[in-house]
Design a protein around this ligand. Structure first.
Ligand code: SF4
Ligand code: SF4
Ligand code: FES
Length: 230
């Protein structure tokens, strides 16, 4: 079976996962081949790559003959499939989407279920790589950072909800096209698009509105002239 890594072809025997294939290639054919890996079991999020244009975890994907492997998008490439994800991790601190101010609160089972799936995020950046908005706006916070923002605003123990909401207005929730590519790309079954919709609702409760609507004249009385004959 033949797979291609960044235009370079390798013949390999059938193996269970793409990560096994990369290890095999490195040990027998190309010691310079560089990629990232850690847990080998879908937990650490290190090994995300693009296979035939779609984001996959190399340790979970079963390689097929003819597969084309590339690094995930929007991060500086260090070498081959290895990218520098630090700019993505910095996005989380940019929106202050972490427990900064704590308030005492008793959690019910329903509170847990509100944030359970988002808590499973392994920061693999597959959703980030799949997002078309980043193609045109490098400052866009992107799906996993916004899922993290939702996770903390939905937690009753977090007292800095307003601060998080304030920080996701610009180049963030209102710039998402709701295409759902992030949701399709996530190996953990997280739905960043739904989380962004939740954050839009929460923002409205804090008095924010979609700036695209206000630019179209929907901000003050829906643009109607009150003396216009109605
Ligand atoms: S739904 Fe929004 S965040 Fe997700 S990929 Fe589409 S534009 Fe990006
Ligand atoms: S939301 Fe899903 S795809 Fe995005 S970083 Fe987290 S685990 Fe990866
Ligand atoms: S090596 Fe950890 S998720 Fe693949």
């Amino acid at each position: 079976m033949k797979i291609t890594v960044n235009e370079k072809s390798y013949n390999i025997e059938k193996v269970l996962t793409l990560l096994d294939a990369l290890y095999k290639i490195k040990s027998t054919q190309d010691s310079n081949l560089t990629y990232d890996a850690g847990c080998r079991s879908g937990v650490c999020g290190c090994c995300s790559v693009k296979v035939n244009g779609k984001e996959q975890l190399a340790c979970e994907y079963e390689p097929q003959d003819g597969d084309k492997i590339e690094p995930i998008k929007y991060y500086p490439i260090k070498k081959d499939l290895l990218v520098d994800k630090s700019s993505g991790y910095n996005l989380i601190s940019k929106e202050r989407a972490y427990l900064k101010l704590y308030q005492e609160s008793t959690l019910e089972k329903t509170d847990e279920s509100k944030t359970q799936i988002q808590t499973d995020c392994i920061l693999c950046s597959s959703c980030y790589s799949a997002c078309p908005v980043l193609e045109v706006d490098k400052n866009f916070l992107g799906p996993f950072a916004l899922t993290r923002a939702y996770r903390y605003t939905a937690d009753r123990r977090v007292a800095n909800e307003k601060e998080i909401v304030d920080n996701i207005q610009k180049s963030a929730i209102w710039d998402c096209t709701l295409c759902g590519e992030c949701t399709l790309a996530c190996p953990m079954g997280i739905d960043p698009k739904a989380d962004i919709l939740q954050l839009r609702n929460l923002s409205a409760k804090h008095g924010y509105m979609d700036p695209n609507l206000s630019n179209m004249g929907f901000g003050g009385g829906f643009g109607f002239d009150p003396n216009g004959g109605f």
